[in-house]
Ligand binder design. Structure first.
Ligand code: NAD
Ligand code: DAU
Length: 362
C-alpha cells in the first residue's frame, strides 16, 4: 500500500507552509486530509480557499494540545500519517513573549506524540508498519554560523539562540525520544527560510513587499548582512512528501535551497523587481524606502543548509531558483489585495506598531 494513499492529519494547515502542503496533498487525488489548526493570528481559513470544500478535506479548528480532540481525530479518520506544522513561528514575537512558544511548540507537540503513540500501538500490524509521524522543524535549532563555516548537516550540534529556536529544539528532542524509547515511527525535518504565497506579513519578504507598495519604510535590522538560506515553499512541500513516502524512521533530514543571501541583497532584489512590476507612482526606486533600524536581540548571523542526505538518499532537488520564486511571490501579493486586507487585522497593526513604532532609524 502507498503511504500517501490514506488520510493525513496536517497540523497548522491554515498557516503558510501548511496551507501550501494541504493543496499539494489534495491535488494528488488519492489522499484525504484532516487539517487541525487553532487559527491563531497566523492561521486563516482563507489560506485554504477552495479546498475547504473538497470532499477529501476536513477542516477542524482546535489545539494540538487538546488530548481528547487529537485522540478522536486520529481514531475517527483512521489517520495513516501525521505531519506536524502547528507552531508559534515568529522569532521577534518569541522575544516579546516566549511562553506561548513553549506551550504550543513543546507541550502541544508532546501531546501529539502521546496521542499518536497510543493510537499507533493499537493499529493492526500492517497499518502500524505504514504509519508515520513527520515533525517539521527549523534550521534555527543549530544556532548561528560564521561567514566561512560549513553549512549545517544532520550531525550539527543543537545550539538554539532564540526562545523560538529553543522551543523547536525541545520539540525535536521529544520526537527523537518517542522514536528511541517507544518505537514511534517518527522523522524530523529541519528546513531553512521559506518564502512564497500566503506567508504572514510579519516575516521579512512579505513585510517588505507590502511596506514597499504602501510607501512605508523597509526596516532592515542591524547592518543587514545577516545571511539566510531561502527555499521556495513548494520545494519544501515536495521535500516533506518525499520524506513521508520514503524517509527512514528515526532519521532527521536537513532541507534547504542553498540560496544564501544577505538581508540587504533580498530587500534590494524585492525593490528592483517591484520597480519593474509595479513602478512607484512618485517615480524613483523603492530602494529609497530602505531604513536601517536597531538590530533584533540575539540576532543569528548566518544559516546555511547542506541537504546532501535528502538529495542523495531520496532524490529531492529544489526546482525553483530564488529570482524565479521571488518574482512569483511578489506577483502573488500584488494580485491578492483582498487576502492582504483580511490578514492585516487590528491585531496585526498592533504588532507592527509595537515592533517598529519605537524603532527609529539606526
Ligand atoms: P505559520 O505561523 O504561518 O503557521 C502556523 C500555523 O499553526 C497557523 O495556522 C496557526 O494557527 C497554527 N497553530 C499555532 N498554534 C497552534 C496550536 N496550538 N494548535 C493548532 N494549530 C496551531 O508558520 P509556517 O511558516 O507555515 O511554519 C510551519 C512550520 O514549519 C512550523 O513548525 C515552523 O517552525 C516550521 N518551519 C518554518 C519555516 C519558515 O521559514 N516559515 C522554516 C522551517 C520550518
Ligand atoms: O530559518 C527558518 C526560520 O525562518 C523559521 O523557522 C521561522 O519560523 C521563520 O520565521 C524564519 O525565521 P527568521 O527570523 O530567519 O525570519 P524573518 O522573516 O523573521 O527574518 C529574516 C531575516 O530578516 C532575519 O535576519 C531578520 C531580518 N529582518 C526581519 C524582519 C521581520 C529584518 O531585517 N527586518 C524585519 O522587519
Amino acid at each position: 500500500m502507498d503511504r500517501l494513499a490514506g488520510t493525513v492529519l496536517v497540523t497548522g494547515g491554515a498557516g503558510f507552509i501548511g496551507s501550501n502542503l494541504v493543496r499539494h496533498l489534495i491535488s494528488r487525488g488519492d489522499v484525504s486530509v484532516v487539517t487541525l489548526d487553532k487559527l491563531t493570528y497566523a492561521g486563516h481559513r482563507l489560506n485554504l480557499g477552495d479546498i475547504l470544500g473538497s470532499p477529501r478535506h476536513v477542516f477542524v479548528e482546535g489545539d494540538i494540545a487538546d488530548r481528547a480532540l487529537v485522540a478522536r481525530l486520529l481514531q475517527t479518520h483512521a489517520v495513516g500519517a501525521v505531519i506536524n506544522l502547528a507552531a508559534e513561528t515568529h522569532v521577534d514575537r518569541s522575544i516579546h513573549g516566549p511562553a506561548a512558544f513553549v506551550q504550543t511548540n513543546v507541550v502541544g507537540t508532546l501531546n501529539l506524540l502521546e496521542q499518536a503513540y497510543l493510537y499507533w500501538q493499537k493499529l493492526p500490524p500492517s497499518d502500524r508498519a505504514l504509519f508515520r509521524f513527520v515533525h517539521v522543524s527549523t534550521d534555527e535549532v543549530y544556532g548561528s554560523l560564521g561567514c566561512g563555516d560549513p553549512a549545517f548537516t544532520e550531525a550539527s550540534p543543537y545550539a538554539p539562540n532564540s526562545p523560538y529556536a529553543a522551543s523547536k529544539a525541545g520539540a525535536d528532542h521529544l520526537v527523537r525520544a518517542f522514536h528511541h524509547t517507544y518505537g514511534l515511527p517518527a522523522l524530523t525535518t529541519n528546513c531553512s527560510n521559506n518564502y512564497g504565497p500566503r506567508q504572514y506579513p510579519e516575516k521579512l519578504i512579505p513585510l517588505m513587499i507590502l511596506n514597499a507598495s504602501n510607501g512605508e519604510p523597509l526596516p532592515i535590522y542591524g547592518d543587514g548582512q545577516n545571511v539566510r538560506d531561502w527555499l521556495y515553499v513548494e520545494d519544501h512541500c515536495q521535500a516533506l512528501l518525499r520524506i513521508l513516502e520514503a524517509g527512514t524512521v528515526g532519521e532527521t533530514y536537513v532541507v534547504g535551497g542553498s540560496d544564501e543571501l544577505t538581508n540587504c541583497e533580498v530587500v534590494g532584489m524585492i525593490c528592483d523587481m517591484l520597480d519593474e512590476m509595479h513602478p512607484r507612482s512618485t517615480g524613483g526606486s523603492y530602494r529609497e524606502q530602505i531604513a536601517f533600524v536597531p538590530d533584533r536581540a540575539g540576532h543569528d548571523r548566518r544559516y546555511a543548509m547542506n541537504a546532501q542526505k535528502l538529495r542523495g538518499e531520496l532524490g529531492w532537488t529544489p526546482a525553483t531558483s530564488f529570482p524565479e520564486g521571488l518574482r512569483r511571490t511578489i506577483g502573488w501579493y500584488l494580485e491578492n489585495p483582498q487576502w492582504v486586507r483580511e490578514v492585516q487585522t487590528p491585531e496585526y497593526r498592533q504588532w507592527i506598531a509595537t515592533q517598529y513604532g519605537g524603532r527609529s532609524s539606526a
